[in-house]
Design a protein around this ligand. Structure first.
Ligand SMILES: Nc1ncnc2c1ncn2[C@@H]1O[C@H](COP(=O)(O)OP(=O)(O)OP(=O)(O)O)[C@@H](O)[C@H]1O
Ligand SMILES: [Mg+2]
Length: 251
């Protein structure tokens, strides 16, 4: 049984650098914060501030250069490649700005894909796919391929697919970045609802004020450093922003 009191995500002094010598880029520098279980946390910051780098390290797609990350009581920074793949299959699900659907597969087949990888029984899988398509309001569009769906509908399929294996942590990297304001707002509301319905924790990078407004907490990066976060999540010792800065809008 997992201890409900431990955070879903703990990031401790994480640094990620790319390249060497004069070409060295510090994407993340000494970042520390926690995401409590059951929360929707917005990760904000200008382009290039390190949001994607951080999400990739937390979700096990990449490794930090130094520091420690614990997800659902498992230290992901020291996991083998095989165990990191298992983490991505069983614990964490990603939603990307570009949706990442398989073009040749229908909406229903895309949603069922992660369950195939987990070898779920066909009857179980079909029931879950129908349930998920209903949850995101796409039952009528289940046989359409991604190219036959609107951007907002494609992102709904991607969200349904992310939920397929009942992940404990949903990581979304600018999920509304390619959508118009109204569709983006609908996707945010959907995310908020499914996170509550499925009892998940979510970490969502965004440039969208609407997303920040519906999030429980906000974590803010500037040039790879954490500059502010709500009190509940902030555990760093670095540069803490003032209250007024913390309320400010991110461009
Ligand atoms: N694979 C890589 N090789 C070299 N540099 C990289 C790599 N990935 C990211 N960077 C650099 O790290 C920094 C942070 O990039 P990152 O993609 O994390 O930013 P971001 O906050 O997600 O930006 P955006 O809002 O534009 O998506 C940038 O300066 C970027 O150029
Ligand atoms: Mg990014």
């Amino acid at each position: 049984m997992t201890d409900q009191a431990t955070p879903m995500v703990t990031v401790e002094s994480v640094t990620r650098t790319f390249g060497h010598g004069s070409g060295k880029v510090i994407a993340l520098e000494d970042v520390s914060f926690e995401v409590p279980r059951g929360r929707l946390v917005a990760l904000v910051g200008r382009s290039g501030s390190g949001k994607t780098s951080l999400l990739n390290c937390i979700g096990g797609l990449d490794r930090p250069s130094s520091g420690r990350i614990v997800v659902d009581d498992v230290e992901v920074t020291t996991l083998s490649e095989r165990r990191r793949t298992a983490l991505r299959r069983d614990t964490v699900a990603f939603v990307f700005q570009t949706f990442g659907l398989v073009p040749m597969l229908s909406a229903a087949e895309n949603v069922g894909l992660p369950m195939r990888l987990q070898t779920a029984k066909t009857s179980v899988r079909e029931r879950r796919v129908a349930e998920l398509l209903d949850l995101v309001g796409l039952s009528k569009h289940k046989d359409q391929r991604p190219a036959e769906l609107s951007g907002g509908q494609q992102q709904r399929v991607a969200i349904a697919r992310a939920l397929a294996n009942e992940p404990r942590l949903l990581i979304a990297d600018e999920p509304t970045g390619q959508l118009d304001a109204d569709t983006g707002a609908a996707i945010m509301a959907l995310l908020r609802d499914v996170i509550a319905a499925e009892g998940m924790t979510a970490l969502v990078s965004t440039h969208d004020q609407g997303m920040m407004d519906i999030a429980d907490d906000t974590v803010r990066l500037a040039d790879g450093r954490l500059v502010s976060a709500d009190d509940a999540t902030f555990v760093g010792t670095g540069s803490r922003a003032t209250g007024s800065e913390h309320q400010g809008r991110v461009i």
